[in-house]
Design a protein around this ligand. Structure first.
Ligand SMILES: Nc1ncnc2c1ncn2[C@@H]1O[C@H](COP(=O)(O)OP(=O)(O)OP(=O)(O)O)[C@@H](O)[C@H]1O
Length: 309
């Protein structure tokens, strides 16, 4: 569904260039539900905005389904946003119109894209548990209820890909669990591919695969040991170690990212020495040239073999 290779995004301000993504690789299969984690500033939202067609990539490959988002025209981008992708933000005020009812809010994007379907709008609100509140104005709903309206809106145009940026960031644990259950149903029953950006490890623990981004590059992947144990990750709030196997990500050229903390504790800067012992690859602090035992005849001048004067 999603293929990014060597994806680069550079933000240019007056006198500054920020490289938000520096050659990121990521693959997401159709029908997958996965999460992206990473520290603040690592490039998660930048990636999601590019995938959602809200921002343009600077270089590299980025394809979603049949669409090539690097080469897409502005007109095609409008179609892409209307037909293929749905977006949910943490700050749902961006998606919603306060003086309209929940139902009208869901109908609005349908009208804009010429696919008005009141029955489906109602069905979506039922799906997210708001059957009794469809005629309430947005401002009469709680934050968690508004967030569920936002999910219904994101699905109004029957997207095949749902992108959620910190979807449970401003709701309580109960609502957060409810939102994750809705995502799981959408994924298994409607086959919607779901990509969630989150800081919340509990949330990340509930998906089959988690990709960690560091400094604008994919660094680590966590894959659930037993995907059949659905929701098994709920207990592993602090880390993904309990249910997920951790893998370091290598790109096609064999490059990988070593966590800065590892490098710091070994005092590695710029260069390291690498050994392969037949089973393992060992990366160590480089030996200083002075420390290397010079052979006993090191420094003796020798005639250059085979050269006759
Ligand atoms: N519009 C912009 N103009 C300039 N720089 C930007 C812009 N948007 C993001 N950046 C920079 O790009 C980098 C990545 O930002 P991004 O918002 O993608 O990170 P993030 O991982 O989503 O962070 P957070 O978890 O805090 O939301 C940061 O250094 C950020 O300051």
């Amino acid at each position: 569904m999603i293929h990014c290779e060597g994806l680069v995004k550079i933000y240019k301000t007056d006198d500054l260039e920020v490289v938000a993504l520096q050659g990121l690789n990521i693959e997401v299969a159709p029908g997958e539900m996965m999460a992206i984690i990473g520290n603040s500033g690592s490039g998660k939202s930048t990636l999601l905005n590019i995938l959602g067609g809200l921002d343009r990539p600077s270089a590299g490959q980025v394809r979603v389904g049949e669409w090539n988002l690097l080469k897409i025209t502005d007109d095609e981008l409008v179609k892409y946003k209307r037909k293929t992708v749905g977006f949910i933000w943490q700050n749902n005020a961006r998606n919603l119109i306060p003086y309209l009812t929940a139902l009208e809010n869901v109908e609005m994007p349908m009208m804009l894209s010429g696919t008005y379907d009141r029955a489906y709008a109602r069905q979506l609100l039922e799906w997210v548990g708001l059957k009794e509140r469809i005629h309430n104005k947005l401002q009469q709903l709680s934050g968690g209820e508004q967030q569920r309206v936002a999910i219904a809106i994101a699905l109004a145009n029957r997207p095949s890909l749902l992108l959620a940026d910190e979807p449970t960031g401003s709701v309580d644990t109960r609502t957060s669990d409810m939102i994750m259950d809705i995502f799981r149903r959408l994924n298994t029953e409607l086959g919607v591919t779901i990509v969630i950006v989150t800081h919340d490890m509990t949330l990340a623990g509930k998906v089959d695969r988690v990709v960690a981004i560091r400094d604008g590059m994919t660094s680590t992947e966590f894959i659930k040991r037993n995907p059949d144990l659905d929701r098994a990750g709920a207990e592993s709030a602090a880390s993904l170690g309990g249910v997920h196997e951790e893998y370091v990500v290598l790109d096609r050229a064999g490059r990988l990212q070593i966590p800065a903390s590892y490098l710091k504790s070994l005092g590695i800067e710029g260069k390291a020495s690498m050994e392969f012992d037949g089973e393992k690859i060992i990366i160590k602090t480089p030996k200083l040239l002075d420390d290397v035992q010079a052979p006993s005849n090191f420094g003796e001048k020798k005639p250059i073999g085979g050269v006759k004067r």
